[in-house]
Design a protein around this ligand. Structure first.
Ligand code: DGT
Ligand code: CA
Ligand code: CA
Ligand code: ZN
Length: 534
C-alpha cells in the first residue's frame, strides 16, 4: 500500500490472488458474462454495450452466428443498430477473421526473439546466434520467427533449442534445420550453418524474398550464384542442356562480404523489401537511417489527467530516465469524454503545473528536460476542433487527432483532417489513418491530399510508435518525405512503460527510408521549434 495508486482494497485482492491463485470477484464476473462476449468484442467497433444488446436480443452465441444474423438482416432490427451499422459489422468480422490479421505484432514477436536469442547464446556450441526474417526487417507483423546460428555442432544446437523452457511441439527436424512451436503457438525456424556460411545464411533468411530474388539475378549477371551457403563463381556447363555449375566460394562469412561480392555496400535489413534499394545501393545512395539514439524528444503522451496511468511527475521522471531532452504532455481534449478529456479550465490548470515543474527543473542551472504544454485536440465529427483557438494559441504543441466519426465517407474525413492541418495552431496530425493493426482498418481518407496540405502548411505528420498503430506506415511516410513533409515519431504513451515503444516507431521510420533530418524530434528543442514555426 506504500505504492502510489494501490489502496487497501486492491492490496487485499492482490494478497488473495497470491495466496490462492484465484480471485473470487473475477470468477464471479466470468460466471455472469458468457465467453462469447469477449469474442464479439474483438470485432472492431463492437463495445460492451452493443455486444450486450446483441447477446440479449438475438441470442448470439458465436462470431459465426453474428455473421449470419447480419446477413439475415436481423441485426438492423435491434434498437440502436441500423442497416449501416450492420454492414460495418459484417465488414469488420471479415477483417477480424482474415489470416492476414492473425500474425504477431512485431513487438510481441520481439518479446519472444530476445529471450530466445539469449538462451541460444548460452549454448557452448553456438558461435553466433541472430534473428532473421521479417522480425529483423522490422515488419509491422511477423508470421514466423527465423533464427540463424553459426556452429560446427548442429545437433547440440538443435537440442539446446528443444531444451528451451518455452519450446513446444517439434514441427520438423532435419540435419541442420529445426522448426518448433514457441510461445503463443508461433513457429520458430532454426538454421545451423558453418562459420564460413554464416553471413550468407543470415542474409538469405533475412529476406525479403523479393530482395533475395533481385540480389540473385544481379549475381547471375556478374557470373556468380548466391544461396544460403555463400556466393560462388558460376562455371558454365557444357552442351546446350547443361546448367551452370557451382564453382569456388567467393564470399559467405559476413553479410558485408556477400553484398561486396556483387558490387554493393551493405544494405540495412529494414529496406530489404525488393523496392529500389539495390539500385540506390549501386549508386552509393544507401540512406543513413534514423536510429533510436537520434531521438531527442517525445511529443505525444498522456497522464492521469485523462486516460494515462502515470501522473505528470511520473511521466517527466520516466522521460528523463530515458534520456529525452524535451517532451510534450498531450492529454485528450474535452470531446474524448470516455477519457475524461480536458476542458479549457482543467487544461489551463495542467499548464500551470507544467510551468511550475519547468521552473523547479531549472532551479539548479540547466534543466534535465523541458516539458512542453501540449494538448491532443479532437477533430469534431461536424468539423472544427474540440478546443477554441484562444486556448490553442497558448499551447507549445498541439496534436490533432480523429477519434470519432471514423465511418464517415472519404471526402468528409479528408476535409476534417485538412481543416485541422490548416489551423495555424496545430503542430502535427496524430495517427493520421486511425488503423489498429489486426483490429481495425484505417478510416477512408485521401492520404495524398493530407500529405500535400501538410507540405503546403508546414504541418508535421506523426508516425505513432504504438505497436498497434504505426501510422503513417512505411509507404505513406516515404511519400510524406518525398513531398517535403517532416515526420514526428511519438509514443502516445499512456504509462511510463509506454515510452519504450519509441523503438517501434523508429523501425517504421527506417522502413520508410527516413534519415535523422526527416524526423523533427531528432532536432534540439530550439531547432524543432524553429522548424515548427513556433
Ligand atoms: P513472415 O515469416 O511471413 O513474417 O515473413 P519472412 O520474410 O520472415 O518469411 P519466411 O519466414 O517465409 O522466410 C524467411 C526468409 O527466408 C525470407 O524473407 C527470405 C528467405 N526465403 C524463404 N523462402 C525463400 C525462397 O523460396 N526464395 C528465396 N530467395 N528466399 C526465401
Ligand atoms: Ca519469418
Ligand atoms: Ca520462416
Ligand atoms: Zn494520444
Amino acid at each position: 500500500t506504500d505504492i502510489d495508486g494501490i489502496g487497501a482494497d486492491l492490496a487485499g485482492k492482490i494478497e488473495t490472488l497470491l495466496d490462492t491463485g484465484r480471485l473470487p470477484l473475477l470468477d464471479d464476473l466470468q460466471r455472469q458474462i458468457p465467453a462469447v462476449v469477449f469474442e464479439l468484442m474483438r470485432v472492431p467497433g463492437l463495445g460492451p454495450k452493443k455486444v450486450k444488446a446483441l447477446v440479449e436480443e438475438l441470442a448470439i452465441d458465436s462470431l459465426d452466428a453474428l455473421e449470419q444474423a447480419c446477413r439475415d438482416g436481423r441485426v438492423r432490427e435491434v434498437k440502436g443498430f441500423g442497416a449501416k451499422t450492420e454492414a460495418t459489422i459484417l465488414e469488420n468480422i471479415a477483417f477480424a477473421k482474415s489470416p492476414e490479421h492473425s500474425r504477431l505484432l512485431w513487438e510481441e514477436a520481439d518479446t519472444i526473439v530476445q529471450p530466445l536469442l539469449a538462451w541460444m547464446r548460452e549454448c557452448p556450441a553456438v558461435r553466433q546466434a541472430e534473428g532473421a526474417g521479417s522480425w529483423r526487417r522490422g515488419r509491422e507483423t511477423v508470421g514466423d520467427i527465423d533464427i540463424v546460428v553459426d556452429s560446427d555442432a548442429p545437433i547440440a544446437v538443435m537440442d539446446h533449442l528443444l531444451a528451451w523452457k518455452e519450446c513446444g511441439d517439434v514441427i520438423l527436424r532435419g540435419d541442420t534445420k529445426t522448426s518448433v512451436r514457441g510461445p503463443r503457438g508461433v513457429q520458430i525456424d532454426l538454421r545451423v550453418v558453418e562459420h564460413g556460411s554464416f553471413g550468407a545464411a543470415w542474409q538469405y533468411f533475412t529476406g525479403s524474398k523479393d530482395h533475395n530474388v533481385r540480389l540473385r539475378s544481379r549475381a547471375r549477371d556478374r557470373g556468380f550464384t548466391i544461396n544460403e551457403y555463400g556466393v560462388f563463381t558460376l562455371v558454365p556447363g557444357h552442351g546446350v542442356e547443361a546448367k551452370p555449375m557451382k564453382g569456388k566460394a567467393v564470399a559467405g562469412r559476413t553479410e558485408k562480404d556477400v553484398y561486396a561480392a556483387v558490387g554493393l555496400p551493405w544494405i540495412p535489413p529494414e529496406i530489404r523489401e525488393g523496392g529500389d534499394e539495390i539500385a540506390r545501393a549501386e549508386r552509393g545512395d544507401v540512406p543513413k537511417l534514423v536510429t533510436l539514439d537520434d531521438i531527442r524528444g517525445d511529443l505525444h503522451m498522456h497522464t492521469t489527467a485523462t486516460d494515462g496511468e502515470a501522473t505528470l511527475g511520473e511521466m517527466v521522471r520516466a522521460s528523463i530516465a530515458r534520456g529525452l531532452s524535451y517532451i510534450a504532455i498531450t492529454d485528450h481534449g474535452q470531446r474524448v469524454t470516455m477519457a475524461h478529456g480536458l476542458d479549457k479550465k482543467r487544461l489551463l490548470k495542467q499548464w500551470g503545473e507544467i510551468d511550475r515543474l519547468n521552473e523547479s527543473l531549472a532551479e539548479d542551472g540547466t534543466p534535465p528536460i523541458v516539458v512542453l504544454k501540449g494538448i491532443e485536440v479532437d477533430m469534431l465529427e461536424k468539423g472544427g476542433l474540440d478546443l477554441p483557438d484562444d486556448v490553442l494559441e497558448q499551447a507549445d504543441w498541439v496534436v490533432a487527432s480523429l477519434h470519432y466519426g471514423q465511418n464517415q465517407p472519404r471526402d468528409r474525413i479528408t476535409r476534417r483532417i485538412i481543416e485541422a492541418i490548416e489551423n495555424p495552431h496545430v503542430s502535427v496530425i496524430g495517427h493520421p489513418t486511425g488503423r489498429l493493426i489486426n483490429r481495425r482498418p484505417a478510416y477512408d481518407v485521401d492520404i495524398e491530399a493530407v500529405i500535400e496540405n501538410a507540405a503546403r502548411t508546414g504541418t508535421f505528420l506523426e508516425i505513432n510508435a504504438n505497436p498497434w498503430r504505426l501510422d503513417l506506415d512505411d509507404h505513406h511516410a516515404a511519400a510524406a518525405k518525398k513531398a517535403g513533409v517532416k515526420l514526428v515519431i511519438s509514443t502516445d504513451a499512456h504509462s511510463t512503460r509506454g515510452l519504450d515503444v519509441m523503438r517501434c516507431g523508429v523501425l517504421q521510420a527506417r522502413r520508410a527510408g527516413l534519415e535523422p533530418g526527416d524526423v523533427a524530434n531528432t532536432r534540439t528543442l530550439a531547432q524543432m521549434k524553429k522548424l515548427a514555426g513556433r
